[in-house]
Structures are given as structure tokens and as C-alpha cells.
Ligand binder design. Structure first.
Ligand SMILES: [Zn+2]
Ligand SMILES: [Zn+2]
Length: 338
């Protein structure tokens, strides 16, 4: 149960984030961005199992590896095919789809939806493989502001940030887990049955539950038996201006978030450059993590203008503000004495 993740790609190269949400019954996979070579370490079946692809924005370093993804799933039918990103994503993805020859298209099928996320809401188009992705079908908009995806076990929130162009910050939150206290169940002399799920899932405290022919109040059963555990959470923040106003706004949204994956593009002595290019420094990312009181900060998307020694210094600068700051373990950039 819970959320696990991998940062894909190497330090100083294109990166992406693969998130797995394990509900106990199934695992859902989310891919955030898809830079060049990011999927190289994943098998065909792992790529095919990705449920949603969510782009922060469509600069080349975030979409360069898209063809590797699309090749595995272009005619997928066992899952919905859905891509999300900022304004203009639908138009760009349609061009990507049409960048191939589809002379066999009428014999094949596959339905794709692409959603543009705007400040005011979203707009979704549908593209069909059987039509060689030539026609745009406008879909009805159903998304409430910020609440992008609402699944039984988790939600994904989206926030439009400023990278001189819109860039989307995403937060994935598992819903509160509800379990039954089995010791208490035994003490009460109740035998488990289908009624357990009724107690776990009901929000109607006035209803009654029949257990072995005896009626019990839902309110009493929930009070006695339910154990609620706060779900995991993970945020994906990259490529936007992190000024004081943005830090204050994001600190409210991210308060208590367990893991924040955040760009560490520049070192803080290059703050002017970071602001000029609407990017972050590792120290600004740490300032946000500290202000939002998050659990862990994982820095990624490092600039290749620096060498390994400087990347380590950038990590140490961030740790002065927020000690629980790390690089992905696979990068082996953590200083040896830490
Ligand atoms: Zn960018
Ligand atoms: Zn970038």
C-alpha cells in the first residue's frame, strides 16, 4: 500500500518521474514528463502499464522521449489513453501523432484523449487511430478547478505556474485509508462478512447494518471499528519561477506533503539566471520545502552547466535550509560522509 516512485534519466540529462500507487488490490502508474531516453530502463510491459502521462510543459527536454512511450501504447485498448498538459498540449500531441505514416490506420483502432489544463478549467480533445489522428473531436469538460483526476484511491491536483509559458505543478494525494480494527471486532464478538465493506465505505451514519440477523447502527460500528490512516502524497514541481509570492502560495498547497520532487536547475549563486529563465535554485526549492513543512525533498532536473562537485555543493546548500533534501539514490551523488 502507498506511493513509490522512480526518477528516470541521469543527472544533468533529461528526467521524468514514474509514480506507482498501490491500493493493495492493484497498482496504478503515472508518468510525469517524458524527456529523451527517460524510458530506456523500462521494459515494454512496464511502459504499457502506465495509466496516465502528465506533462509539466512541452519544452523539448520534457517530451523528447515521447515516441518511445507512444510506440508501446499507440493502439492500446486495455486502459484508457489519456495525456494531460498545459494550454496547447492537444495541438502539439496531435502533431506528434501525425508525425508517422498511418497507411494501415483503417484496420487499426485506438482512442486517445488529450486535455489542456488552463487556469479556469480544462478542455479535452479525442483523437482516433482509425482516422489517422486527422480529426479533432471536442469532448465535454468535466474537470473541477485544480481537481484534475479523482480515482477511487487517490486524486491528482494541478496548478498552473509561470515558466514564461504555463507549466503545470501536480500533487498526487492518496485518499484516507479506512481499515477495520480486528482486535476490536473480536472483542465485540462480531464475525466478519460482507458487512465489513459496508462499514468501511459508507458515509451515511443514519443507516443500520444487519450482522447475523441483528441490526446495528452504522454510527456505532464506525466509531468502534474504523481506523483511519492519512494517505501518502507526492508533488511534482519543475520549470517555473519560484519567487516569494509563489513560495507562499505553494507552501499552503503542499503543507505536510510527504514527498516533493522539485527541480534543482541552478545553484544559488546563479539566482539572477534562475529568475531570468523562470527556473529555480536548489536553495529556493529547499526554502519552499521548509516553509511547507514537507516530509522529503528530492531534487532532480539539474543543469549540465555544473559538474559533479558543484551538484554535491548545491545539495549541501539546500540541506542547510531543509535537512531532508536528497538526490535520487540511483544517481550516487550523495556526499560520502552523509
Ligand atoms: Zn522548460
Ligand atoms: Zn526543463
Amino acid at each position: 500500500m502507498g506511493i513509490t516512485f522512480d526518477i528516470l534519466g541521469a543527472p544533468g540529462r533529461d528526467n521524468a518521474l514514474l509514480v506507482r500507487i498501490d491500493s493493495g488490490q492493484s497498482i496504478e502508474r503515472l508518468l510525469f514528463d517524458c524527456g529523451d531516453g527517460c524510458l530506456n530502463g523500462l521494459s515494454f510491459s512496464e511502459i504499457s502499464a502506465i495509466d496516465y502521462l502528465l506533462f509539466s510543459h512541452l519544452h523539448m527536454d520534457h517530451i523528447g522521449g515521447f515516441d518511445n512511450y507512444f510506440r508501446c501504447v499507440f493502439n492500446r485498448k486495455n486502459k484508457p489513453n489519456h495525456i494531460w498538459g498545459p494550454s496547447g498540449t492537444g495541438r502539439i500531441i496531435q502533431h506528434r501523432f501525425q508525425g508517422f505514416l498511418w497507411n494501415l490506420n483503417t484496420k487499426m483502432s485506438g482512442t486517445w484523449r488529450v486535455t489542456d489544463i488552463e487556469k479556469e478549467g480544462t478542455s479535452t480533445i479525442r483523437l482516433e487511430l482509425a482516422e489517422a489522428f486527422a480529426k479533432i473531436h471536442i469532448e465535454e469538460c468535466t474537470v473541477k478547478q485544480h481537481l484534475l483526476i479523482d480515482r477511487p484511491k487517490y486524486v491528482i491536483e494541478a496548478y498552473v505556474m509561470n515558466h514564461r509559458t504555463p507549466s503545470i505543478a501536480y500533487v498526487v494525494r492518496e485518499k484516507t485509508r479506512r481499515n477495520i480494527d480486528t482486535d476490536r471486532l473480536e472483542q465485540m464478538g462480531l464475525s466478519p462478512g460482507p458487512w465489513i465493506n459496508q462499514v468501511k465505505n459508507s458515509s451515511d451514519l443514519t443507516e443500520n447494518v444487519l450482522i447475523n440477523g441483528v441490526s446495528h447502527s452504522m454510527a456505532t460500528l464506525q466509531e468502534a471499528l474504523l481506523v483511519e490512516t492519512k494517505g501518502d502524497s507526492i508533488a511534482y514541481l519543475t520549470d517555473f519561477l519560484l519567487d516569494d509570492k509563489t513560495i507562499a502560495e505553494l507552501a499552503v498547497i503542499l503543507r505536510g506533503c510527504k514527498t516533493v520532487i522539485c527541480e534543482g536547475q541552478y545553484r544559488h549563486s546563479d539566482l539572477d539566471l534562475a529568475h531570468k529563465n523562470f527556473h529555480m535554485t536548489t536553495v529556493l526549492s529547499a526554502q519552499l520545502a521548509s516553509q511547507a513543512e514537507v516530509g522529503n525533498l528530492i531534487l532532480f532536473h539539474l543543469s549540465d552547466r555544473y559538474r559533479r562537485k558543484e551538484w554535491i555543493e548545491m545539495l549541501l546548500e539546500a540541506r542547510e535550509l531543509f535537512p531532508a533534501t536528497h538526490y535520487p539514490p540511483s544517481w550516487q551523488l550523495e556526499p560520502l560522509n552523509q
